[in-house]
Design a protein around this ligand. Structure first.
Ligand code: SF4
Ligand code: FES
Length: 247
């Protein structure tokens, strides 16, 4: 089926989210909490657009709004610009010095927020992606704790979590770089815990924590993993494929 986004005809599948259709067609909609492998978060509200269906217009979050029929989408109408600016103001009040938020503020011509006194060191916008990533791996070492302005993401009692395997999925998905993960001298520091890093058997680069490797072995079996880094795994698979063609 076809929908129209900002006047452009775009091919779409039934049920596909408007944000994905727009991106595939080179139309950029700002989005912080959308991660392709973990869709449906819809917490940052940045991706709002106006949708016109059956002669009626409404504002929706494009990252979770599915295409179900003919529609026109306006990603940058006056109304959307006004609403998006307010969303950026709120994000900016929460994490005033975060580089991603600063960039958004500049793009939308907004000055730093002065009505609210945000924490200069805060980078988290409480989108929840990191908690979701941790849950999806089956670890659930972090969660949101406290309420209201005290709400934050953390391990239980802010202590080193026994459950955490140091895989770093939380840091990889975080859209604002709020989770500090530091690898130095063969040690990974994450969530108040230090993990020993293991070297790839082929290239010798550190690539995963010992706890992560043990977890993968238990989950997928000893033979399916876990001696090589991702680059080497791909290279080995490529070499095997090339060898099979030569036979
Ligand atoms: S730490 Fe990052 S991913 Fe987690 S809630 Fe905050 S902004 Fe989202
Ligand atoms: S990207 Fe849609 S609500 Fe955050």
């Amino acid at each position: 089926m076809e929908i129209i986004i900002d006047g452009k005809k775009c091919e779409a599948q039934y049920g596909e989210y408007v944000l994905n259709v727009a991106r595939r067609n080179g139309i950029q909609i700002p989005a912080l909490c959308h991660y392709d492998a973990l869709p449906g978060q819809a917490t940052c509200r940045l991706c709002i657009v106006e949708v016109e269906e059956g002669g009626r217009k409404k504002v929706v979050t494009s990252c979770v709004f599915p295409v179900t029929g003919e529609m026109q989408v306006f990603t940058n109408s006056e109304k959307i610009q006004r609403m998006r600016k307010n969303i950026i103001r709120l994000l900016s009040a929460r994490a005033p010095n975060n580089e991603f938020i600063k960039k958004l503020r500049q793009e939308y011509g907004l000055l730093p927020e002065t009505r609210f006194s945000g924490d200069d060191k805060e980078n988290c916008i409480l989108c929840g992606l990191c908690v979701r990533a941790c849950d999806e791996t089956g670890i659930s070492a972090i969660s949101t704790v406290n309420r209201g302005i005290e709400k934050k993401v953390s391990t239980p009692f802010d202590e080193a979590s026994e459950a955490c395997i140091g895989c770093g999925a939380c840091a990889f998905v975080c859209p604002t770089g709020a989770i500090k993960m530091l690898d130095e001298n063969g040690i990974r520091h994450l969530w108040n815990k230090d993990f020993e890093l293991v070297r790839c058997e082929k290239c010798g680069e550190y690539f995963a924590t010992r706890e992560h490797i043990e977890y993968m072995k238990k989950k997928y079996g000893e033979d399916k993993c876990c001696s090589f880094c991702e680059k080497c795994r791909k290279r080995i698979a490529g070499e095997k494929m090339a060898a099979s063609y030569r036979k």
